[in-house]
Design a protein around this ligand. Structure first.
Ligand SMILES: C[S@@+](CC[C@H](N)C(=O)[O-])C[C@H]1O[C@@H](n2cnc3c(N)ncnc32)[C@H](O)[C@@H]1O
Length: 345
């Protein structure tokens, strides 16, 4: 496989790529993040991704590299693994964890919807598999400084890439209340979105809302008492803000379309999602691209590029896994394979 020299790899806007070999650190030289993330549904991921020696696989949500390591291990390291994560802390940890696999691993810090040029930058035009394990890692949730958790007090941040512009504090303090309500209703699917947006408006008229604990308290107080029993009232609002801050659904739609376009005939795509908005999007795109009469826009002509959906409904984690790792409980896996050229049922 041909690999473009690293000094020639550039983002479309001309900025150099942060491209790491295992063991190297991003240029910011951030400290290595320690912590553990238990990869979810590993056996099922391997079953559907079906790695083969000599293949090229993209783990577009590398995290700590748990799934990537399982893929490498399944073929004795005889594949190319392109790992993407927009979080430099995660990439640091993955670089450390995947160091034993040496040159089989290429790591890139970028949002995953840039997958097309990332893959092209590695001199590759088709891949044999793409894995998307969406959402946050345990390292992100458990670090109060990242501001993702309503259980831990910290700055209201929620940026997966700390270099990106929009933070949760900015959304909460600067969006007009109609827009804030829309975000909470659409991305949090919270029926009390209006009450919450109004409560935020009232609170911020007294001064900016800067911490996760402050926001969680405002949301909890806005909730009607009987509804407080069904889980923490701030769960949906925090989910909504995280999706807004990181443009999660926009990026997901783009990475799904691009990934399908990058698959070689027989190549697999596996998506692990953790809330219904993500799962619905994967389901819808897989369904529409498995219809030979309605090929995805931009994926060629005469029915080329259609998928065969491999999962009948979403696959759920086993009870034993949920017992071992409660964070797996909301996982839903969907997988599809690119049909041979020409489409055909
Ligand atoms: C659930 S974790 C993945 C854990 C990983 N599978 C493992 O075994 O360690 C999701 C990771 O995806 C990253 N991520 C989420 N959205 C992203 C995006 N749009 N672009 C790139 N990385 C993203 C997060 O930063 C996080 O590290």
């Amino acid at each position: 496989m041909r690999v473009m020299p690293r000094d020639r790899q550039r983002r479309p806007d001309g900025r150099p790529l942060i491209d790491l070999r295992p063991g190297e650190r991003p240029s910011e030289r951030r400290p290595l993040v320690t912590g553990t993330h238990q990869p979810v549904m590993v056996e099922e991921v391997l079953h559907f991704l079906s790695p083969r020696p000599g293949g090229v696989y993209v783990d577009a949500t590398l995290g700590a590299g748990g799934h990537a390591e399982a893929v490498l291990d399944s073929v004795g390291g005889r594949c190319t693994l392109i790992g993407i994560d927009r979080d430099p802390f995660a990439l640091n940890l993955a670089a450390h964890n995947l160091a034993p696999w040496g040159g089989a691993v290429r790591l890139v810090q970028a949002p995953f919807d840039e997958i097309e040029w990332i893959v092209a930058g590695q001199g590759v035009d088709q891949v044999d598999g793409v894995l998307l394990d969406l959402g946050m890692s345990s390292m992100q949730i458990d670090d109060p400084e990242r501001g993702f958790s309503f259980h831990r007090d910290g700055p209201l941040d929620m940026r997966m890439d700390p270099g990106s512009r929009l933070s949760a504090a900015e959304v909460v303090n600067s969006y007009d209340l109609d827009r804030l309500e829309r975000v909470i209703r659409t991305y949090g699917e919270d029926r009390y979105a209006r009450r919450i947006a109004r409560a935020i408006g009232e609170a911020r008229s007294r001064g900016p809302i800067r911490t996760t604990a402050h926001l969680a308290g405002i949301v909890a107080d806005a909730y009607p008492a009987p509804a407080r029993k069904a889980g923490h009232p701030a769960r949906r609002t925090f989910q909504a803000l995280r999706i807004e801050v990181n443009d999660e659904l926009g990026r997901l739609e783009r990475v799904l379309r691009s990934s399908i376009g990058l698959l070689s005939p027989g190549g697999r795509i596996v998506v692990l999602s953790y809330h219904s908005l993500e799962d619905k999007m994967a389901k819808r795109l897989f369904a529409s691209s498995s219809d030979p009469d309605a090929p995805l826009p931009g994926l060629g002509t005469s029915g080329e590029g259609v998928l065969q959906v491999l999962t009948r409904g979403a696959v759920l984690p086993s009870e034993a896994e949920v017992q071992r790792n409660p964070r797996a409980s909301s996982a839903r896996l969907r997988a599809a394979a690119r049909r041979p050229m020409g489409g055909g049922r």
